[in-house]
Design a protein around this ligand. Structure first.
Ligand SMILES: Nc1ncnc2c1ncn2[C@@H]1O[C@H](COP(=O)(O)OP(=O)(O)O)[C@@H](O)[C@H]1O
Ligand SMILES: [Mg+2]
Length: 600
């Protein structure tokens, strides 16, 4: 329990650090809140004199003067109320802006291994529900908590200043009210937490349904999905109903108790007056009972906003923990820079000392596993030099994609070395290493932008002619020219308005737009028909000249003319050689090749 509050306090401090630069405004907000509360309390207190010296004594001059002063105090109170709420709203949105900006930067700088272990929905929650609860608290709750505290202290002080005996009676009933509020708020919190949990389950459910909508329909799973959803939706309904039932209990209970308190204090006060025991008489009793009427309100307000703040802190704590996840660049000890000057790639040795890059890749006894428990690649060694085309073949799950993802340092290897032009890739700055290669990954991804910009993505300054040329090489120009808007066709939802094959052709064009010395193709033509593939292969040959090419192909016919073919099985290279050599060997490659030939 203690630890929980310690954590909450630490989170609070971190949250307030996002107000950096606005400290003075925060102090002003604090002062305005105290003043607003003071104006209310003091205004009521002044009634005592207004009634005694003005109304009872019939001194109309006094009455007019004090009424004007009272009016001014109330007016300034209302103005400062408006001022601090407005300032807080402005400040809160700035803090939220900063929190979100930092979240976005964080997401983009995390290593791929993070995304292997966390779901998209989990990360989305930081941006949605966690930020939302923080917005609620920042907009109102922090200010309201301070306001309620000032009001509670001021009201009690006002009552005790007027008459301590009456105040003691009033305090007794206030304490009962506060105990009720405290007990009820525990219930409220319980159900609000359930509401949050059920809501995130519902969101997860919707996300899952939407992602798998095609499979869902294909297997006629709609009824089953509906039933699962119905149950979760009912859980949410029950939790939310209970949460609101308990919140709504507060007001009638508090109002009834304060009426009771009001009645008791009024009766006792009149008895006091009748017996000459209340010095100010009716002039003192009037502000007193006014205090009593509103006395429970600050406590109620306090619990409501306290709960909102606890909610916010839970969200903020998750956000701050996420901020602390290790970034990719933290592990980047690379100091060697690979640079691109006029579309030619160099290794930078000194300010005016550049060596042309060749794109040489050497794997030397590389061992790798995505996690400690399971080794995926075992003792992988190979080389590929400029102008050579190296092909990887093997069954699904053999480790082909894993091998090539290590070259761009998507993951760090367990042991062995990988070199790019003789430089250990660990010594090369990550972003310059990635710039020095062109890669078509197994999963294509297209951005919600025009076809033109999607192709230009790695080299935004490309001219239209260059984009056309890249599309020609990739065999994509044919289908683009058939589209109504051609290169300006807007893609949405990862290119959902294109076929799988067309999306792959665009990825190929994207790879052909820049000319780094290393080209990596991972099943880049798996969804393209054999006829188009043959055409693409021919045009790609020009692109591959003078480059190191690593290619993974699921149709073995496409790797035939490679310099060398590596056959992988269970993360090991089991055969290597040229197409003819491997066929003569009559091993795994032979089996794969013949198998596929028989099938087609
Ligand atoms: N991100 C990942 N996290 C954990 N294991 C993975 C990940 N990606 C792939 N694997 C595992 O690594 C093995 C090799 O996968 P992969 O290199 O994608 O195979 P291939 O490309 O040859 O089909 C598979 O057993 C797969 O389950
Ligand atoms: Mg693969």
């Amino acid at each position: 329990m203690e630890k929980k509050y310690k954590n909450a306090f630490a989170t609070l401090l971190k949250l307030f650090s996002f107000f950096k630069g606005y400290e003075l405004l925060l102090v002003i907000v604090g002062i305005l809140i105290v003043y607003t509360s003071f104006a209310n309390i003091f205004g009521t207190y002044m009634l005592k004199d207004v009634i005694a010296n003005g109304i009872t004594a019939g001194n109309y001059n006094y009455l007019l003067r004090s009424a004007s002063i009272l009016g001014l105090i109330y007016f300034l109170g209302a103005t400062s109320d408006l001022a601090y709420t407005q300032i807080m709203i402005k400040l809160s949105q700035r803090v939220i802006y900063r929190l979100r900006e930092k979240l976005n930067k964080k997401v983009l700088s995390l290593p791929l291994s993070y995304f292997d272990q966390h779901q998209v929905g989990e990360i989305m929650n930081f941006f949605t529900s966690d930020i939302d609860s923080t917005i609620n608290a920042l907009n109102q709750s922090f200010a309201n908590i301070l306001f309620s505290c000032c009001n509670a202290v001021g009201t009690m002080l006002g009552m005790y200043l007027i008459d301590w005996r009456l105040a003691l009676i009033a305090t007794f009933i206030i304490i009962i009210t506060v105990i009720f509020i405290a007990i009820n708020s525990v219930e409220c919190r319980k159900y609000f937490r359930r509401q949050q949990e059920t809501l995130s389950i519902i969101n997860g459910c919707v996300e899952e349904d939407l992602r798998g909508i095609k499979v869902n329909k294909a297997f006629e799973h709609e009824d089953q999905s509906y039933k699962v959803f119905e149950k979760k939706n009912a859980d949410w309904r029950d939790a939310t109903t209970k949460a609101f039932f308990h919140t709504q209990l507060n007001t009638p209970f508090i109002v009834s108790l304060s009426y009771l308190n009001f009645a008791i204090c009024a009766i006792v006060g009149i008895i006091f007056i009748a017996n000459g025991m209340l010095p100010g008489g009716i002039a003192a009793l009037t502000p007193f009972v006014m205090y009593v009427r509103t006395s429970a309100q600050p406590f109620n307000f306090f619990t409501i906003h306290f709960n909102t703040i606890l909610n916010c802190l839970a969200g903020a704590e998750r956000i701050f923990a996420f901020y602390e996840t290790e970034e990719e660049n933290v592990n980047d000890k690379g100091h060697v820079k690979l640079v691109k000057i006029n579309d030619t790639y160099y290794r930078e040795k000194g300010p005016n000392d550049h060596i042309l890059l060749e794109g040489d890749i050497i794997f030397d006894h590389v061992v790798f596993g995505y996690n400690k428990e399971k080794i995926i690649l075992n003792d992988i060694s190979f080389y590929a030099h400029k102008g050579q085309k190296l092909a990887f073949v093997g069954s699904t799950g053999a480790g082909k994609t894993t091998i090539i993802s290590l070259i761009s340092r998507f993951y760090e290897i367990n042991s062995g070395t990988i070199t790019y032009d003789g430089i250990n890739i660990q010594d090369i700055k990550i972003e310059s290493l990635r710039r020095a290669m062109s890669m078509v990954t197994q999963e294509t991804h297209l951005f919600s932008d025009s076809i033109l910009n999607n192709i230009k993505y790695p080299r935004m300054h490309s001219t239209f002619e260059e984009v056309q040329k890249a599309s020609d090489i990739a065999g994509a120009s044919h289908f683009i020219s058939k589209l109504k808007d051609g290169y300006n066709t807007l893609l949405y939802d990862d290119g959902a308005n294109l076929s799988e094959g067309e999306r792959q052709l665009l990825s190929l064009a994207r790879a052909a737009i820049s000319h780094p010395p290393l080209l990596i193709l991972d099943e880049a033509t798996s969804n393209i028909d054999t006829r188009t593939e043959k055409i693409v292969e021919k045009t790609m040959d020009t692109l591959m000249q003078n480059k190191t090419v690593l290619v993974i192909a699921h149709r073995l016919s496409t790797v035939r003319n490679s310099t060398a073919i590596l056959v992988l099985e269970h993360g090991k290279i089991i055969e290597r050689g040229s197409h003819d050599e491997l066929l003569a060997l009559k091993g795994k490659y032979y089996a794969l090749y013949k198998g596929i030939e028989e099938l087609s």
